[in-house]
Design a protein around this ligand. Sequence first.
Ligand code: NAD
Ligand code: DAU
Length: 361
Amino acid sequence: MQTFLVTGGAGFIGSNFILKARKEQWSNIINLDKLTYASNPQDLEELQNDPGYYFVRGDISNIELISNLLEQQRPDAIINFAAESHVDRSILSPQAFIQTNVLGTFHLLEASRVYWEKLSPKKQEQFRFLHISTDEVYGSLSPTQPAFREDTPYAPNSPYAASKAGSDHLVRAYYQTYGLPTLTINCSNNYGPRQFPEKLIPLIILNALNRKPLPIYGDGQNIRDWLYVEDHCEAIYLVLQKSKIGETYNIGGNNEQMNLAVVEKICAVLDDLVPKSNFRYSSLITFVKDRPGHDQRYAINCDKIKHDLGWQPKENFESGLLKTIQWYLSNPSWVEQVQSGTYRTWIQQNYTDRDIACSSH
Ligand code: NAD
Ligand code: DAU
């Protein structure tokens, strides 16, 4: 069986990928994660006696650690999920985004290049460096513009998006300059189990259950294309197995939704699953001050991955949202653990000033 070095595997998408990879016996996994606030080692507890899983706490910027790990574990592929991933945090404190997303990716690439250059020709040919990136690098679409394609010019608008764009350019450069067999995925908004509740969908689910305001930035008309996380994980594995080197793929859910509609759908599911007499969850909807530089619309054209590799999303939004809400309802100890002191500090930092412009729905 192959061995994948996964970075950032204690976060949302990485943990879903690792659990699926071990369940489906895709590969053995080494998980290198710094364990920032966004991580949840508890998500992977079920693998603690799994001989095909090995966890290392560390930073992708630590080139010595990465080099030693590569020499000792000799992985067949690296999948780079590690990143600072939340746009609002990048607006309030951009530095960590440059440090991890740009410099961290650079150090990981450099250690990978040195390791790869010493492999046998056969192993060199089989090796892959798969970089997980975002559709946000393409900037913002108007309601009528065509969806992002792989050749859409980069136009990032937030420090997060700019840092991911920088990392994508480095990955491309390592392929063009050194021949490192890289691949890049630019994906739309993921949702599903184990997402940290600073992101829209889990934040709304948990605020609603606690009868707290459901904050909608601006007028709630911004559009995102939502993809169920397991569909993304399957695409990642497929790209690793089947893609030609040097390719980039856009991945999305064919599922454009306005933020207000997403929040209303969550409220409707909760009205069904956790009804309260004389109360509708949507009564908690509260419009708040907009995100600076808020991208209006993301939409993904995923014809290339459909055509080249035969991938398409399996989950529709209704079934995916139901599964997601049921997961949060069934895992109260997970919820309690992530809503710790540091989480509360963030909520206060991000939402206090926004109250000024609050109005009820
Ligand atoms: P996340 O914030 O949930 O998890 C990130 C993980 O990376 C955490 O476990 C964290 O501890 C780890 N990490 C952070 N800095 C690190 C460092 N310097 N060294 C090692 N580990 C570090 O993120 P996510 O939502 O799972 O996103 C994973 C990747 O997918 C990111 O690269 C993100 O840009 C990209 N992406 C996310 C989405 C989405 O909707 N969540 C969509 C498209 C692309
Ligand atoms: O498009 C892919 C990107 O999707 C990923 O690269 C990012 O890592 C991921 O965080 C996500 O970015 P967004 O900024 O789109 O996700 P977020 O969940 O933060 O916000 C989704 C939309 O909801 C966005 O238009 C802002 C809005 N929003 C968000 C929050 C947290 C609100 O209206 N209220 C909120 O409280």
